[in-house]
Design a protein. Structure first.
Length: 252
């Protein structure tokens, strides 16, 4: 048998626990650059389920949140920095990873008042995550290869827009994005190009983005919206409302 499937027990390390109303601040020292971080990291959730993070501020960190878990929620996170910049840091990065996802998690109402190399991060088969109602100075939606799929980015103010498709990950690890990634109602100050054709498969969805008129792709298509008004603004909230309404009818 070419494939060797196995069954793994779902056994989270921690459940039904959360962190809230907290500020984490590090000394204001210069960011040393990619792969030169000194470990000024905020919070890591490892192999957890049904946990939450609420109303947490990160100041001067190398990386903010590592959410290695499932069915978790992070809301009202603020990322700030007044770190000094080294001379070769011409993009103005103040840290490495801002927010790294797990699977089946919800990230909402985040505010990036500084710019990480990877602001919002997905990799290692991360799936079914939602990033919504957030904003940043120049958000990067990092798909770090290894098949992250079925993730939704909805109703975001991405700021400048020049780093929207800036992604990492080794070239031997496949496409950046797996199937059915959806990018819905993402605002940018600058008009943007499509991601490169090798970014992901043609099942990706781009609705209500500020693409250049002459933007072209051999793989991807974009649904233009009249008057730049997307309805619903937040796809996740609309789908959730519909699902709960249907459930209510079935229970009657």
């Amino acid at each position: 048998m070419k494939w060797k499937p196995f069954i793994k027990t779902f056994n989270p390390s921690v459940t039904e626990s959360g962190i809230e109303n907290l500020s984490i601040s590090f000394a204001n020292t210069a960011y040393q650059g990619h792969f030169s971080e000194r470990g000024k990291n905020g919070i890591a959730f490892n192999a957890v389920a049904h946990c939450w993070l609420r109303n947490v501020h990160f100041q001067n960190c190398d990386s903010g949140l590592f959410m290695n878990g499932q069915f978790c929620t992070a809301t009202h996170l603020v990322f700030k920095s007044d770190r000094l910049q080294i001379k070769n840091n011409n993009r103005g990065y103040t840290g490495h990873h801002g927010l790294s996802a797990g699977s089946d998690c919800l990230f909402t109402d985040f505010d990036f008042q500084t710019h990480f190399i990877h602001d919002l991060g997905l990799n290692y088969g991360n799936s079914s995550n939602v990033f919504k109602n957030g904003k940043g100075v120049n958000l990067s939606l990092d798909h770090h290869r290894q098949a992250p799929y079925d993730n939704l980015f909805s109703n975001l103010d991405a700021g400048i827009g020049s780093d929207l498709w800036r992604c990492g990950g080794g070239k031997g690890l496949g496409k950046h994005c797996g199937a059915r990634g959806t990018f819905w109602n993402i605002k940018t100050q600058k008009k943007i190009d499509y991601p490169k054709d090798d970014f992901g498969p043609n099942s990706l969805n781009f609705i209500g983005l500020n693409f250049k008129k002459d933007a072209q792709s051999q793989v991807f298509k974009h649904e233009d919206i009249k008057n730049n008004t997307v309805s619903p603004e937040d796809l996740h909230s609309a789908q959730l409302k519909k699902r709960l309404k249907q459930r209510s009818k079935l229970q009657k």
